[in-house]
Design a protein. Structure first.
Lengths: 319, 242
């Protein structure tokens, strides 16, 4: 398997559990381009987690194909396949009897890396996920907070530099504030690493925030829509998708764009004095919220250094 | 059947000590002159034999239990029946078990060890199975997902995580065996049971001897327990953190 990012293809992938009515995953076909985050989202019973576990063969396919860079997953040796895929789960599943260092080094050890190389890699990864490479490597999972544990879980999954990451509600059990921070850091990491990621969540907002593409699965494991967050919010294919993304989908779509992307009106002679100010990297939803709160019709967009960029009017935001 | 003990052999059992202390003449509970005089010829050998009896029984019992636990853990079908079998062994009164075994293995240390060993299985097997079954599901899932094979999962994850439970079982089994091993003296001249039986058979009850031998058995049990507790802490530093 390639060490950079891999393309993942679901081709009519189907899972039927014996003795159960209907499929868990029903003829799922979609392609995750290499280096992109695909979020699987949907109500419970939508087969998101099942679809994820089909990829590393924790659950065997009933019919159809899954290919990684053109090779069917069934053609790999199952342990080799799993060692080459990063796997992160909600409950993290760190080994309680191993230090952080030993946890992160699990797959490299299985792959027969040298000790010194593992040590070095662990330090690198701890730094990457925002932990202390010296202090934290010697600690046991029981000594870490929930957020720290999930950072270690992420580092462990990244240890052998996998081309593909499978993440099953990794931030689901973490309180909202820490979750938002982990999401931001995950996006920052992804900006550097450019892995192919399949990410399962039941939280639409998380899907919109993290996904390059979102696959919405409906009950019975059928794909309802596979598209960019923008298109899913602006053009839901049916009632189900529209319902699922929520009545506030227009507002959520606003959150996907920043003030900097708008065509702004020049600030004028007064330099926009007296107008509320907001940075160019703020999103349109926050900008609109500010205008509503301040009972104003326009705001001054400023650059990172605080200098005025232009004026955004209320109708520019929602137009 | 030279080893069989019969109470009340008649005749003076307390030998002539030459110059018995006042304490001994009054059959006191703690006569230091007897203790110092007979440490070397009575108490110390009995203590060493007792340790041997215990080590062999617990050692072999641990090995057998481990094999049984492997079978019961791997094939759930056998878990219950094996447990039932160890229950049954544990329930047999020791004196009756000796009687049953003597025709097969004679009046030997082997007979005693078979009985003692079979009693350890009950505790050791149960704690091993419980420890192995208590490994959290998410830990097993992440092990599988990372590409550990079944055997690697067992050796690197399940066994270490079951270690606190296994060692806790070992502590109980060891203390129990030290206590039960005193009945070996019913059959053979081995262990701290011998001076205890002797003291009981003495007319008027030889109090110092009884107290000394019993006290040593209790002390041995406490020391063994503390030692194993130390091993447990040293082997599983992570288990105290939750």
């Amino acid at each position: 398997m390639p060490t950079e990012a891999a393309e993942l293809v679901f081709d009519e992938a189907t899972k039927v559990y014996p003795g159960r009515d209907g499929a868990a995953v029903d003829h799922l076909s979609l392609t995750v381009p290499s280096g992109e985050i695909c979020v699987l989202v949907g109500p419970s019973g939508g087969g998101k987690t099942t679809a994820l576990k089909l990829v590393n063969r924790l659950i065997p396919l009933t019919s159809g194909y899954i290919r990684i860079d053109g090779t069917q997953i069934g053609d790999y040796d199952v342990t080799e396949l799993r060692r080459s895929i990063g796997y992160v789960i909600q409950q993290v599943g760190l080994f309680p009897h191993m230090t952080v260092e030993a946890n992160i080094g699990t797959v490299p050890r299985l792959l027969g890396w040298e000790r010194s190389r593992i040590r070095e890699r662990v330090g690198e990864l701890l730094e990457l996920v925002g932990l202390d490479p010296e202090q934290d490597r010697r600690r046991f999972p029981a000594e870490l907070s929930g957020g720290q544990r999930q950072r270690v879980g992420l580092a462990r999954a990244l240890a052998a530099n996998p081309a593909l990451m499978l993440m099953d509600e990794p931030f689901g059990a973490i309180d909202p504030i820490v979750r938002a921070r982990l999401q931001d850091e995950f996006l920052r990491l992804q900006g550097e690493l450019r892995k192919t990621v399949v990410f399962v969540t039941h939280d639409v907002d998380e899907a919109i925030k993290l996904g390059d593409r979102i696959a919405i699965l409906r009950e019975g494991g059928r794909l309802a829509q596979y598209d960019t967050p923008q298109r899913i919010l602006e053009h839901p294919v049916d009632e189900f998708v529209a319902d699922f993304v929520g009545r506030d989908r227009a507002l959520k779509a606003l959150a996907l764009r920043t003030l900097g992307e708008l065509e702004l009106v020049p600030a004028g002679r007064d330099g926009g004095d007296g107008l509320p100010r907001l940075g160019a990297d703020a999103n349109l939803r926050d900008a609109l919220a500010l205008l509503i709160a301040e009972r104003r019709d326009a705001l001054l967009v400023v650059g990172a250094d605080g200098s005025p960029v232009g004026v955004a009017r209320r109708r520019d935001l929602i137009g | 059947m030279t080893g069989w003990r019969v109470a009340g052999g008649g005749g003076p059992v307390i030998p002539n000590f030459g110059h018995p202390s006042a304490c001994l003449e009054h059959n006191g509970w703690f006569c230091t002159d007897w203790l110092t005089k007979h440490w070397g010829d009575t108490l110390q050998p009995a203590l060493i034999q007792h340790i041997q009896l215990t080590l062999i029984a617990v050692g072999i019992g641990f090995g057998i239990s481990f094999l049984l636990a492997l079978v019961g853990f791997r094939w759930r079908l056998f878990e219950g029946p094996i447990g039932g079998f160890t229950d049954f062994l544990y329930a047999i009164p020791s004196l009756a078990l000796f009687q049953l075994l003597v025709p097969l293995t004679g009046v030997t240390v082997t007979t005693v060890e078979i009985a003692l060993t079979s009693y350890t299985l009950f505790i050791l097997y149960r704690t091993m199975i419980a420890g192995l079954r208590a490994v959290p599901e998410e830990v097993l899932e992440s092990a599988r997902g990372m590409g550990l094979t079944r055997i690697q999962t067992f050796i690197r994850v399940e066994l270490p995580l079951a270690t606190p439970a296994i060692l806790a079982g070992l502590r109980i089994a060891t203390v129990a065996t030290i206590s039960i091993a005193t009945v070996a003296a019913f059959l053979i001249q081995d262990g701290l049971g011998v001076p205890i039986f002797d003291a009981i058979e003495t007319p008027d009850l030889f109090k110092t001897k009884l107290l000394a031998a019993s006290g040593l058995a209790i002390l041995l049990a406490l020391v063994a327990d503390a030692l194993l507790a130390f091993v447990q802490r040293a082997l599983t530093p992570w288990s105290r953190l939750r």
